[in-house]
Ligand binder design. Sequence first.
Ligand SMILES: [Zn+2]
Length: 471
Amino acid sequence: MVQTTYYDPTFSDSPFFYDRHTSSLAQRKDGRLADHFNRKVSYYHPKDVGLYHYGPLHPMKPFRLTLTNELVLGYGLHDYMSVYSPRKATSEEITQFHSHDYIDYLSRVTPASLAADIDVNRVLPAEAQIHTHRIGDDDCPAFSGLFNFCQQYAGASLAAARKLNIGATDIAINWSGGLHHAKKGEASGFCYVNDIVLAILELLRLHPRVLYIDIDIHHGDGVQEAFYRSNRVLTVSFHKFGDHFFPGTGDVTETGLNEGKYFSLNVPLQDGIDDQSYVQLFKDVMGPTINTFQPSVIVLQCGADSLGLDRLGSFNLSIKAHGECVGFIKQFNLPLLVVGGGGYRQSSVSRCWTYETSVLAGVSISPTLPTTLYNGYFPGMELHPTLNNSHLIPNKNTYADLEALKRKIHEQLRVLNGAPSIQMQEIPPSITGLTEEGDDAEADKEEDRREEERDGYLWGINSGRQHVYKR
Ligand SMILES: [Zn+2]
């Protein structure tokens, strides 16, 4: 499963693909976090996005989004957020980044048409790959409703970015997004449309500097590549590197090109990193990065395959540690777009993103999961199940390695501090033209209000309640 004869490394190279083992309503936190209570949080869940299916045995299961959403609603977290079922992204919106011929192909490809395409090119697999934009290998199959799926998760990230741009929300969450491997003209690593790049392009219409942070276990190569020559987007990726681990990029020496030199940061790690090392490193890297780059908005990709016991990943992170990274970024009080990403143990992914929703909404939730239709996925009903030590991966990251890595990153930040960015030019003239609909803030707010009404109707839960910001 998930092996390709055309190129490598792929996800299937992971030795951890297969399983290796063996009520509760939200409450506002009080005290120290009180200053975050007034932050408006918007939650995007495209209707039925969890019903798509990559195919039997494929590790990417959109159903984890249904599980997450059920837990979020079961905890009553929707009472603390505005909830949206956004419209699909159009081809025109998607081609703001992706090439027209790729999106034209993606919008037409079906399992049957792909079979015919590959058959025609059978003797030339490399050319077949180019012809099909790398759709059709085991990682990126053509499945029923593929383009609709892409339009839905991309539409959610775009709607979230627009909401942030008009200042109608402080934090926007789209767990269905975060497909960071997709390239301009080809699919890669279970990703077809790069919703993150699209959302960042939208944010760049208004924001002078965008910080992108990626805590998926795989390198955020698609996003890095898109902005590798830009000094307006700083990308930071924490990931496993080496052992031919997918996608094979993300060494600390990849720092950007031309004007983007030093504006790509990479934190390559080895198997088995534990909570304490990871969280400390994350804070030691991200604190100085934010202080140096001074972003006006942050995009955080929360791939959950960095959790312990993931089927493709080989880190040992707990949900609490993963969530602590999210909480650390939140406390900078900058506009924040949070998206999902990888994560191949559905019960862990859904627990993790539910917990992180509560962190972002500023509420505490019970350690016992709420009852849902899917209790069978959660034996023990614990939000934070204990990781069984005997199934964890030995930590190959030594203290000395991590300190040396940190020094390299800090040195890059020191050099970056002297590099020209966009500080003196808040909104570039060439960008202002793109924000014509943003010129009239009042009209925007009215459109936003209508959108809320429309989406609230579509959403159809607890009518009239989910759009009230409760504090
Ligand atoms: Zn991943």
